[in-house]
Design a protein around this ligand. Structure first.
Ligand code: GDP
Length: 597
């Protein structure tokens, strides 16, 4: 049946694959795109390249011309009718090419700067591509930066390399070797593209220069080969409609428009489109264009689109029943992200420009263990501040009274309102920096809280008295640590239990004001550090009565830190990472001894 269906599709019904460009900042993604689009003088006739909404379409003819230097006899047959390359490089546009479980992006170029190797966002892109099972190639860009490189403008890579001096070649080889090693560390078997005889198993590296154009013919050729080899038959033919909203824009005279990438199927005049709205309500509108066919970028304008969400899928309904079905499906895009959000637990509020960018931000925050309580798409409004402000009701959650805005503006009075309420707004155009801004703030708040809590924090310690140097006001003792750690500021005392009478008497001595080992002062001393003993000075506060060594306590008594319910809570809330498991078990023991419920 499949074969019959394919035979029935006419040649016109072949579809063009969609390609995204990704990679770390400054690797040359934009420049590469410009260079591919550019029609240089002698290729003046490289016709048919059309810049569309959000994408550039390269018809077969243009690909043939642009790859001519590496396919001189035309022996490699190009079957695809063309290639649609998404114009905005990067994660977010890739993420906005959403499809059920995979991506509308059929193939990708991961750009790596040959002089820098793999960088943080390279790895991030890599994981994203693997996650979505998108086949990709690596453009090893900026080869012209190798010392002494002699450019052959727009040349094929091998031809260019052959013209380089021995030392330039050896630098190039060295950098390629390092890159291959770095990919191996990521579990990928990378090879130079023309040494790779298995496109399914090995990753192809194609050396390029976006400045001189060298290697770009090889890169395009490789893209064609990879699509023809990796895209299954069905993907190459026109099928059901698949489309995604890349961007929602307001255009004067047109109102709100959506930039749509149509990756499969057709859109015709009169079709009713259904998509997901910002508020979790579906949006529908009628198409008023003459028929368009995949793959391409189109702009759609219609009333009601102002609530449309960037990054959501678009459905076409042919009757009212279908409208209802698609409305439910459209909303799944938004509910998909609910796995990152817990509205019942404390957390930050986030806003992002599109579904794709929101997803990226939520994933990043999850990795950095920042809990998220709620999210939205679009500018930061007063209502978002209000929601984040709820976190101010309790001291423990005040550091979550934050709105993180990724690539979104802050609406007029929202900033003033936030200031007044004490809600922090952080915005940035990169996820990394936004995440870092919040973490820096979080650490600052935590540090301040710890400082404030410090006087109330009591670490558990038990001391054995070796000797008394001064008997009262202040008391100075030579001690050994039985368990725990001794710190300046810790309140100390002796617990007297009379088992016969069943009474407990706590003799409070005062706070530790100095600790010395061999006449050297310490802030904190652990059991392992103490050696032949430490000298500890304990001073009482003015409201405490003086206690005397030899009368109220003596060397048969254990001197211990005096803990309380509150001091335990302070340790739990502010110093969790500084309290060791053995400390917790000591606290448990001391709680019983000191009669703390
Ligand atoms: P993007 O952030 O990945 O889009 O990087 P851009 O395309 O903006 O390029 C970043 C910088 O690297 C710019 O100054 C480019 O001129 C430069 N650049 C990009 N590609 C190349 C290349 O192949 N060779 C050299 N020498 N410079 C390049």
């Amino acid at each position: 049946r499949k074969a019959a269906a394919q035979a029935a599709t006419s040649k016109e019904d072949l579809r063009s694959p969609i390609c995204c460009i990704m990679g770390h900042v400054d690797t040359g993604k934009t420049k590469l795109l410009d260079k591919i689009r550019q029609t240089s003088v002698q290729e003046g006739e490289a016709g048919g390249i059309t810049q569309q909404i959000g994408a550039t379409f390269f018809p077969k003819q243009a690909i043939l011309e642009k790859t001519a230097v590496v396919n001189k006899d035309g022996s490699y047959e190009i079957k695809i009718p063309g290639l649609l390359i998404i114009d905005t490089p990067g994660h977010e546009s890739f993420r906005n090419m959403r499809s059920r479980g995979s991506s509308l992006c059929n193939i990708a170029i991961l750009v790596v700067d040959i002089t820098h190797g793999l960088e943080p966002q390279t790895i991030e892109s890599l994981n994203l591509l693997r996650d979505r099972k998108t086949p990709f190639i690596v453009a090893l860009n900026k080869i012209d930066r190798c010392y002494g490189w002699e450019p052959v403008p727009n040349g094929g890579f091998r031809e260019s390399l052959a013209k380089q001096s021995k030392s330039t070649k050896s630098e190039f080889d060295d950098r390629v070797r390092k890159t291959i090693l770095a990919f191996a560390e990521q579990g990928l078997n990378a090879k130079l593209f023309d040494e790779n005889d298995d496109l399914r198993r090995n990753l192809s590296l194609v050396p390029t220069s976006a400045i001189t154009g060298e290697g770009i013919p090889d890169m395009l050729m490789l893209l064609v080969k990879l699509t023809q080899e990796r895209m299954s038959g069905n993907l190459m033919f026109m099928g059901e409609l698949e489309a995604t909203v890349l961007e929602v824009k307001v255009i004067e005279g047109l109102g709100t428009t959506i930039d749509v990438i149509l990756s499969n199927g057709r859109l015709s005049e009169g079709d009713k489109i259904v998509l997901c709205g910002q508020d979790g309500q579906p949006v529908s509108a009628y198409v008023r264009h003459p028929e368009v066919k995949a793959a391409l970028g189109v702009k759609i304008s219609a009333p009601g689109l102002e609530r449309a969400l960037g990054g959501c899928r678009l459905y076409v309904a042919h009757d009212d029943d279908e409208v209802e079905v698609y409305k439910d499906m459209a909303l799944e895009d938004l509910s998909d992200l609910s796995r990152f959000i817990n509205p019942k637990a404390p957390g930050v509020w986030v806003q992002a420009s599109t579904l794709g960018s929101l997803e990226a931000l939520l994933e990043h925050l999850k990795l950095s263990k920042t809990p998220v309580r709620g999210s939205g798409i679009g500018p930061i409004y007063r209502k978002d501040i209000l929601k984040a402000g709820l976190m101010l009701r309790r001291d423990e959650t005040a550091h979550f009274a934050v709105v993180l805005g990724f690539d979104v503006p802050v609406d007029g009075d929202a900033a003033d309102y936030a200031k007044k309420e004490g809600v922090k707004i952080f915005t940035d155009e990169t996820i990394y920096r936004l995440g870092d801004q919040y973490l820096a703030y979080y650490n600052e708040v935590e540090e301040a809280k710890r400082k404030e809590a410090m006087p109330n924090a009591v670490w558990p310690v038990k001391l054995k008295i070796l000797k008394a140097f001064a008997h009262r006001d202040p008391i100075i003792l030579g001690v050994d640590i039985i368990d725990g750690s001794l710190r300046i500021g810790t309140p100390m005392g002796v617990v007297k239990i009379d088992k016969e009478k069943g009474t407990r008497d706590i003799v409070a001595l005062g706070k530790v004001t100095s600790i010395e080992i061999n006449h050297k002062p310490f802030e904190v001393v652990k059991k392992s550090q103490i050696g032949a003993g430490a000298a500890v000075k304990i001073e009482r506060a003015s409201h405490q009565t003086a206690k005397l060594f030899g009368r109220h306590f003596d060397d048969k008594d254990e001197v211990v830190s005096l803990i309380s319910r509150q001091s335990i809570d302070v340790l739990k809330a502010n110093f969790r990472d500084q309290v060791e498991p053995s400390d917790w078990s000591l606290i448990k023991k001391m709680k019983i001894e000191q009669g703390i419920p």
